[in-house]
Design a protein. Structure first.
Length: 241
């Protein structure tokens, strides 16, 4: 099997494409997408960070979560800047203020699915995401990338992973950050968010018809990235790009 760097070398010089990665919470999308983007010299787009940034602002302003008009207004008003960072994934700035860590708080986890359910909020975020992917050369990850944001993306991956393994990964990350959430609490939180994201009316979490499913329950992050890279390479070869 070719190594990751060999695979990457053979991709350089090809036309920049859009790579869409979707999947449930904690399925490894962010790290895989970030590593892949870095290897390909592509832009990494963490769309979840955009919904999280808005949710942080909604909480800060004390906006009523049921007031869709105000949520949509705020979505249009705020400036979100994402900056790729090796250690932190994306650094996130809202109206110039860094909120990279604040958007991962239990409060934001609790409300982000409610904010991202609102049709007008999604329309605004999707508009911004499409703008960022206009020229190609992007690895975007989220819930609706292959179905709604970039339905014509050349490569679509749907990452899955068992709930137990996702809980274990989040629990390990939490401990590294000195947060002592129990596995039970993490499991409840992930299950609740997945259910809301899957069952919402607009752009629910769903595999695009032409997406390739990759279950990474038993794969390391490097193995997952390598698999995705292989899929990218095969797709490019199949259409002679
Ligand atoms: O990827 P994440 O866990 O950081 O995403 C946080 C939430 O944002 C997720 O529970 C649902 C929402 N989201 C969305 O609705 N659409 C996306 N493309 C990305 C995230």
């Amino acid at each position: 099997m070719k190594s990751l760097s060999e695979n990457c070398k053979s991709l350089s010089g090809k036309k920049p494409i859009i790579i869409a990665i979707d999947g449930p919470a904690a399925s490894g999308k962010s790290t895989t997408a970030r590593l892949l983007a870095k290897r390909l010299g592509y832009l990494y787009l963490d769309t979840g960070a955009m919904y999280r940034a808005l949710t942080w602002k909604v909480l800060k302003e004390g906006v009523d979560m049921r007031d869709k008009k105000s949520l949509a207004k705020l979505a249009k008003e705020i400036k979100i800047r994402l900056q790729s960072n090796d250690e932190m994934g994306s650094r996130v700035f809202l109206n110039g203020e860094e909120i990279t860590f604040s958007i991962r708080s239990p409060q934001v986890n609790k409300y982000v699915s409610l904010v991202s359910m609102v049709k007008e909020v999604r329309e605004e975020m999707v508009r911004r995401q499409r703008e960022m992917g206009r020229k190609g050369g992007i690895v975007a990850e989220g819930r609706d990338i292959g179905t709604v944001v970039f339905p014509k993306a050349l490569v679509k991956i749907f990452l899955t992973c068992s709930l137990e393994e996702r809980v274990r990964r989040r629990w390990k990350e939490a401990r590294e950050r000195n947060s002592f959430l129990t596995k039970k609490e993490i499991k409840e939180e992930l299950s609740r968010r997945d259910k809301l994201d899957r069952e919402r009316e607009f752009s629910p979490l769903r595999k695009a018809k032409d997406a390739i499913v990759l279950d990474n329950t038993f794969l390391s992050i490097n193995e997952t990235t390598e698999r995705v890279l292989k899929i990218v390479k095969n797709s490019l070869q199949s259409i002679n790009l």
